[in-house]
Design a protein around this ligand. Sequence first.
Ligand SMILES: O=C(O)c1cc(=O)[nH]c(=O)n1[C@@H]1O[C@H](COP(=O)(O)O)[C@@H](O)[C@H]1O
Length: 222
Amino acid sequence: FLDQFPANQTLAVKIGMELFYAAGPTIIEAVQKRGHTVFLDLKLHDIPHTVESAMRVLGRLGVRYTTVHAAGGHVMLAAAKAGLVAGAKEAGLPAPKLLAITQLTSTDQATLNVDQQIPGTVRDSVVHLAQVAQASGCDGVICSAQEVAAIHQAVGPDFLGITPGIRPAQATADDQQRVMTPTAAAQAGSNGLVIGRPITQATDPVHAYQQLLTEWSNVNHD
Ligand SMILES: O=C(O)c1cc(=O)[nH]c(=O)n1[C@@H]1O[C@H](COP(=O)(O)O)[C@@H](O)[C@H]1O
């Protein structure tokens, strides 16, 4: 599937839990050998010591980005960063960027207030978690494009806001709740889009990828 797409050092191929659990760490090297940059999305969330040890392993893999749940809190996030930096140093590599998931883009207001028993709006929770992530040494957050402008306002423009939940205008939202079109997400100030099914389940995935890339490129990112 991947061989249909041009290798690109700016855009990353995201390896998530499904592929990593099925294929193991060797898949990372295989993708890198084809010339792609890797975004390793394993969404770590555990006690600080476990997360630090696991991140140390991930830090040695030469990936560009990796993920952790911001809800783990300050001590866990700082431990994640320390582990990642230590692992990268051992391997003589640059440390991967650590992105903290705020509220998943599949989370809606009811999930937050009823299931998680967190009062307030999703947006306030997301902005708060972005502040925690920044204070803990993360390089950015994963959030919906609906919140990225508020995040940049709260924590400054250099903190990355990477946004999944991207759906072209006519597409179905699937299990995503907080969605935006690629153009609207770019205009809102997203630093990068995470796009899965609109490409992987398209009739012509390469055409879908190129259309999305054109939408992204047509927006001024200054
Ligand atoms: O960490 C992520 O990448 C992530 C965070 C989040 O809040 N929402 C979210 O959808 N994702 C990931 O982004 C991808 C979105 O896929 P599609 O909904 O198919 O475009 C999936 O691989 C999710 O695991």
